[in-house]
Design a protein around this ligand. Structure first.
Ligand SMILES: NC(=O)c1ccc[n+]([C@@H]2O[C@H](COP(=O)([O-])OP(=O)(O)OC[C@H]3O[C@@H](n4cnc5c(N)ncnc54)[C@H](O)[C@@H]3O)[C@@H](O)[C@H]2O)c1
Length: 260
């Protein structure tokens, strides 16, 4: 069927824009999937679409900030498939806030969902992968925001910078077990999250959503936002053996936005 025939992949944020595209891409290449999201309806849609591609896909509605739920999903994956080959940490949140307005609890929530759960899942899954002895691939969603300034989302940018740092440390720690850990740094990808950013910026800055869209298209050298499917292609490559010597990287996919 494809490059990932029979591989077992655990994907978080599978109900969202990028998570759904990654799940479908992995399924189209023959991977069996364990999918999670807090949004049950969206999650079920993804599970159904993946099953229609002829692979096995199970969905777990969990809040990632619940550590017991994380352990449960990893255990379920093992008992259903006896192994885990790929972990894609895709779930995340973004919030538009003026720098001086960010509250400590908003900062902490951003880090809890974007960084701490990623760390916890890497640890849980890597322990399984080490026991299995076949290596593995872990893919974390960072962002261009993790490499540049974001004065209207400093907590988001800092959390995504932390994901890059975490990726590098985990990659070196796990390299002897042939577990590769890489981060994706997408630019602006057309998903529900970006629609929400467009709306809140429009409100905060009193500019139309259309003008925000045009501004984004102007600052992206390639002149357009990306589709989540374009990010999924990169994730599927990193999940595959074609990327067998790539680890510890934070790979931009941004139409040239942060090229310098
Ligand atoms: N869209 C972009 O332009 C863009 C750019 C760079 C990075 N990213 C990153 O890519 C990832 C996916 O983004 P997206 O655009 O698909 O967003 P999205 O909002 O469409 O999807 C995110 C998913 O994460 C889930 N989620 C959020 N909090 C959760 C929790 N506590 N427990 C379980 N699930 C939870 C949501 O329900 C949602 O389905 C995020 O980490 C985001 O930061 C997105």
């Amino acid at each position: 069927m494809g490059n990932l025939d029979g591989r077992v992949c655990l994907v978080t944020g599978a109900g969202g824009g990028i998570g759904r595209s990654i799940s479908l891409k992995l399924a189209s290449q023959g991977a069996n999937l364990v999918l999670t999201d807090i949004n049950e309806e969206q999650l079920n849609d993804t599970v159904q679409q993946c099953c229609e591609l002829g692979v096995s896909a199970s969905g777990y509605r969990i809040d990632l900030t619940d550590s017991t739920a994380l352990e449960y999903v990893v255990e379920q994956t093992k008992s259903q498939f006896q192994k885990i080959d790929v972990l894609a940490n895709v779930a995340g949140i973004m919030e538009t806030r003026s720098f001086l307005e960010i509250k400590a609890d908003e900062w902490n929530r951003m880090f809890a969902i974007n960084v701490t759960t990623t760390f916890q899942l890497i640890q849980l899954v890597a322990k399984e992968m080490i026991e299995q002895g076949n290596g593995g691939s872990i893919i974390n969603l960072s962002s261009t925001a993790g490499r540049l300034h974001r004065p209207m989302a400093a907590h988001y940018a800092a959390s995504k910078a932390a994901v890059i740092s975490l990726t590098r440390s985990a990659a070196v720690a796990l390299a002897p077990s042939n577990i590769r850990v890489n981060a994706l740094c997408p630019g602006i990808i057309d998903t529900p999250m970006i629609q929400q950013v467009r709306e809140s910026r429009s409100e905060l800055l009193d500019i139309s959503q259309d003008d925000i869209q045009k501004h984004w298209e102007r600052i992206i050298p390639m002149g357009r936002l990306a589709s989540p499917d374009e990010v999924a292609d990169l994730a599927a490559f990193l999940a595959s053996d074609a990327a067998r010597y790539i680890t510890g990287e934070a790979i931009g996919i941004n139409g040239g936005t942060d090229a310098s």
